[in-house]
Design a protein around this ligand. Structure first.
Ligand SMILES: Cc1cc2nc3c(=O)[nH]c(=O)nc-3n(C[C@H](O)[C@H](O)[C@H](O)COP(=O)(O)OP(=O)(O)OC[C@H]3O[C@@H](n4cnc5c(N)ncnc54)[C@H](O)[C@@H]3O)c2cc1C
Length: 472
């Protein structure tokens, strides 16, 4: 099949309206969220059913056309952007957005991969359940993309990341076969775990078309507080204190540095930190409780009192209603948006053993400031699970693209060698994509890298699934 026949075939299978071949129609699908990567595509395809996806992948397999699976296109590492050859297709799943089932007895939901995360959360809520995956891009990212990147977000501390929230998958393999794995079992030890291979594979092994996801009882109440903390060791002590005293009720523990909140207030003036005296670090704590309002509020107050007594907190404000709690979360979630508005910056989505966080930050801040005078270090993260977003913006007044062009490699080298030294990971939740592809082998080691290659070759021998991402 040549390219022209391939396009005609897709048009006959999907309908002309869902095969975008004109450049003007393709624009939203060809660049990444950070506007760092720009590609071209032979066509952007918008299938509606698993069968349509299977037919297209079969045709791609025959015509040797490579496929870039795409969800909400919010990847932070260029994982869903085609290359500039104009020979790849983008297969965007947004039309596969049906919620196939909500099963209250199983506490599961069967969703198609193109469902927007927020829609999934809302559908679960209408039935009295919580789907806990929660992240800043939830209004645009899709559940298929969340699973393909094993997304984390703000609730990992209590509920785990996307992998832990998924029981079964329906996948179209690289040969266009349908793997029917929509099982809602919590125990299933029947050979190699294929589901776990596809989760986190960033579209390089197959296309996730639907998933069985786990639901949880909706907490009766949530109490949210912002706490001013003098330094990182105090932040870690505060985390331990909350873990000891509130156990499984602790559902959020987000750390935000003074610089990250100053930047957010600069870009979004209505999002000022309500804590006065400019704390060095602000922690957002959330308790989710099934025992009624008073229980959680009392606990929150008791732990905060103990924190004041221990000298690990200087100030705190407990949200007095839902809308105030929401405003705390909105401020936290807007740090990424504020950075994007301020200009290009160098992102490091890393994780570290919690016991290493303080030394990592102290040493790395020093190394970066010594070598790159005037840079702004914006750090914040899901501290409860050791996930730090350690981002570097150029000195004020300096052209960001030029600064990044000259210093990007050297800055990554400093940060990633520090990550290795402190036994961390160079990608906590965003994945590898094309951004971190050059760093993966050194980080994971040659044995792990070779095993990943063997898996890729076994499942996608013609290398048509998202080539150039994750593995070179
Ligand atoms: C403002 C903002 C905040 C964010 N916050 C967080 C956060 O807190 N935690 C976090 O983990 N991430 C965060 N992210 C990044 C995060 O990875 C994505 O938001 C999300 O998980 C990706 O989903 P998506 O649908 O946009 O996927 P895309 O960006 O479209 O794709 C991502 C990868 O998945 C593959 N893919 C997509 N759909 C499928 C499918 N159906 N089958 C197979 N492969 C597929 C693509 O090929 C690509 O490799 C944030 C992003 C933004 C913009």
């Amino acid at each position: 099949m040549n390219q022209r026949d391939f396009i005609s075939y897709c048009q006959s299978e999907l309908g002309d309206a869902y095969v975008l071949v004109e450049s003007k129609d393709q624009v939203p699908y060809l660049s990444d969220w950070r506007n760092r990567y720009h590609g071209k595509a032979l066509a952007v395809l918008l299938p509606k059913t698993t069968q349509e996806v299977a037919k297209i992948v079969k045709a791609c397999d025959q015509a040797l056309i490579s496929i870039v699976p795409q969800g909400g296109n919010t990847s932070m590492c260029g994982a869903a952007t085609p290359n500039d050859s104009g020979q790849q297709i983008v297969l965007n799943l947004k039309r596969m957005n049906a919620i196939r089932e909500i099963n209250p007895s199983n506490q599961t939901m069967v969703v198609e991969s193109g469902c927007i995360l927020q829609t999934v959360q809302e559908a679960a809520k209408t039935q009295g359940f919580l789907f806990p995956l929660s992240l800043g891009a939830q209004g645009s990212c899709q559940i298929g993309g969340n699973l393909a990147t094993n997304a984390g977000g703000t609730n990992v501390l209590r509920y785990g990341n996307a992998r832990e929230l998924c029981l079964g998958l329906e996948v179209v393999t690289a040969q266009g076969e349908i793997l029917h794995g929509l099982r809602s079992l919590r125990k299933d030890n029947t050979g190699f775990d294929l589901r776990d291979l596809y989760i986190g594979s960033e579209g390089c092994l197959g296309i996730i078309t639907a998933a069985v996801i786990k639901l949880y009882p909706l907490p009766q109440t949530k109490w949210t507080a912002l706490v001013a903390v003098p330094n990182i060791p105090a932040t870690i002590e505060l985390l331990s204190l909350f873990q000891k005293r509130t156990a499984a009720l602790l559902s959020g523990f987000e750390m935000m540095s003074k610089d990250s909140l100053d930047l957010t207030a600069k870009q979004f003036p209505h999002m000022k930190n309500p804590l006065t005296n400019d704390p060095f670090y602000t922690v957002l704590v959330e308790l989710s409780d099934h025992e009624g309002e008073e229980h959680a509020r009392n606990l929150m107050e008791q732990v905060l009192e103990a924190a004041f007594e221990a000298g690990i907190a200087n100030d705190a404000v407990i949200a007095s209603n839902l809308s105030q709690a929401q405003s705390f979360w909105t401020m936290r979630e807007h740090i990424t948006m504020a950075q994007a508005q301020e200009g290009a910056n160098l992102k490091h989505d890393i994780s570290l053993p919690i016991s290493e966080l303080d030394t990592f930050i102290t040493e790395t801040d020093q190394l970066i400031r010594d070598q790159f005078t005037g840079v702004r270090i914006i750090n914040f993260g899901h501290l409860g699970d050791g996930n730090l977003h350690y981002n570097i913006a150029p000195p004020l007044g300096v052209n960001a693209s030029e600064f990044n062009r000259v210093h990007e490699e050297a800055i990554h080298d400093v940060v990633y060698s520090q990550v290795e030294k402190h036994h961390g990971s160079i990608s906590a939740e965003h994945g590898i994509g094309q951004l971190k592809l050059p760093d993966l082998e050194a980080h994971r080691g040659s044995v792990a890298h070779q095993l990943m290659r063997s898996i890729k070759t076994a499942l996608d021998p013609k290398n048509i699934m998202n080539p150039g991402k994750v593995l070179p």
